[in-house]
Design a protein around this ligand. Structure first.
Ligand SMILES: Cc1ncc(COP(=O)(O)O)c(C=O)c1O
Ligand SMILES: [Zn+2]
Length: 449
């Protein structure tokens, strides 16, 4: 029996469900059973399956359109509030309200390096706490406010925790973060600076995850865990909305005569043909899948992009299942320098797998060496500084382009999920050490020669 709502939570918003993107409840990704908004909090009580949030897309379609969103003054995830199952969290002017709307830019140089012509990078390292995870934490904090949960706890390899600590600080609420003691120092520093209660666990991320569930149950805290709390994927789906809205803006600026300069039918967005993203627990890729499916069901995009999940060879539980053609995700002993995607048992593995199988995408694995090369390529060729888990997605497109899994004319977006400042040790491994000299011109000449 999966853990149920701790006593003391309201399970629906104090101000009524109708404000919240037509929030209808949940559907289990394993048994398909539906639950009302008040029936469950985290996962399916029958089988522990991850829950998809259900929205009333018919009513959303009647009241919102790409054109109305275009008029939004919010340059953040909150421009999509009508499609989110939460109310506005307030706290204007704080990082809680400035998550998302990260740049999507075309990379002609990297495209040329790979024999591609239409490649875009979306840099989520530019979020307030420097990772994609801000999207999830902002929405979970908004949900916590609505249901009257005070303390929020999460397990984290670092980024989810930093994001929760930052968003909780902005909302003036307590956060408790459990991270493995091996987390990169910059990530631990972020947790501490944001004033969270930080506990480092002498064990793996997976062990920290299980301990968090126990603590949430024992102390009545609200648990944000990735691949457990259904609201994280709702935050993450906003990246899919942004990709489509920004991609549409980008191609509409193309020169007249270009294939993609054809004006779109009014009220529609255009989606790229493929999106590459790294996978640990699998919640980012399932959130993206949900976002693209929402837009497709709304009739705002014609097709859902092919989704490519990239895992490290040292942490490849979902990729292994994909290769076997099976939906059964077997745990591995994770070992990779890409700490953010170092996971034994992906907690959102099934949905992550289906994100690729249901869209004609694929799973690919990349080595730590290929990830380091990707960090260097992104830095040198596009001045983007990515942490290893983010650069893994770029290593994935390098591999896919080489193997002909994408065509040279395909429109491809690579999702870069975290800043390189999070892990400077890995960055130095990628870029090499700087030389030290005496402060004299001859010494400088010698070194330059
Ligand atoms: C930078 C970065 N990239 C990718 C991921 C993978 O996301 P998920 O665990 O949802 O697959 C994470 C998760 O921590 C991350 O921090
Ligand atoms: Zn179920």
């Amino acid at each position: 029996m999966a853990p149920q709502p701790p006593s003391g939570f309201r399970t629906s918003a104090a101000n009524g469900a109708t404000d919240m993107g037509g929030f209808l409840g949940y559907r289990c990704s394993v048994c398909d059973r539906r639950y009302g908004p008040d029936e469950v909090v985290y996962v399916c009580p029958d089988d522990g399956g991850n829950l998809d949030v259900l929205l009333d897309l018919d009513s959303i379609r009647r009241s919102v359109s790409p054109a109305s969103i275009r008029e939004s003054v919010e340059d953040s995830i909150w421009r999509y509030l009508p499609l989110l199952p939460v109310t506005d969290p307030g706290h204007d002017g704080t990082p809680l309200k400035s998550v998302g709307w990260t740049p999507l830019f075309r990379s002609r140089r990297l495209a040329a390096d790979l024999g591609l012509s239409r490649l875009w990078l979306k840099d989520d390292g530019r979020n307030p706490t420097a990772s994609f995870k801000d999207r999830a934490s902002a929405v979970v904090v908004a949900r916590a406010q609505e249901i009257g949960a005070k303390v929020i706890i999460t397990a984290s390899t670092g980024n989810a925790g930093a994001a929760l600590a930052g968003m909780a600080a902005a909302a003036d609420r307590p956060a408790v973060i459990l991270a493995p003691k091996t987390a990169p120092p910059a990530k631990v520093a972020q947790l501490l600076v944001f004033g969270a209660r930080v506990v480092l666990v002498d064990g793996t991320y997976d062990q920290a995850f299980d301990l968090t569930l126990e603590a949430a149950q024992a102390f009545g805290w609200y648990c944000r865990n990735t691949g457990y709390n259904p609201f994280t994927a709702e935050g993450k789906k906003t990246a899919a909305y942004e990709i489509c809205e920004q991609f549409t803006m980008a191609i509409s600026r193309e020169p007249v005569g270009a294939r993609h300069a054809v004006p779109l039918p009014q009220g529609e967005w255009s989606a790229p043909q493929a999106v590459f993203v790294s996978v640990g627990d699998g919640n980012i890729i399932s959130g993206l899948h949900k976002g693209f499916r929402d837009l497709h069901e709304l009739g705002w995009i014609e097709q859902v992009p092919r989704l490519f999940g990239i895992q490290s060879t040292g942490s490849a539980a979902v990729a292994n299942a994909f290769a076997r053609g099976s939906e059964s995700i077997e745990p591995v002993r994770a070992d990779t320098l890409a700490d953010s995607i170092s996971v034994d048992l992906p907690r959102d593995g099934l949905r992550a797998l289906r994100a690729a199988t249901q869209t004609g995408g694929a799973y690919l694995t990349v080595t730590d060496g290929e990830i380091l090369e990707a960090i260097a390529a992104l830095g040198k060729r596009e001045a983007v500084f990515s942490e290893p888990a983010a650069a893994a997605a770029y290593a994935g497109i390098v591999k896919a382009a080489g193997a002909g899994l994408v065509g040279p004319e395909d429109e491809i977006v690579v999702m870069l999920t975290g800043s390189g400042l999070k892990d400077t040790r890995a960055a130095m491994q990628a870029a090499g050490e700087a030389k030290i000299i005496e402060p004299r011109l001859e010494a400088l000449q010698r070194i330059l020669a």
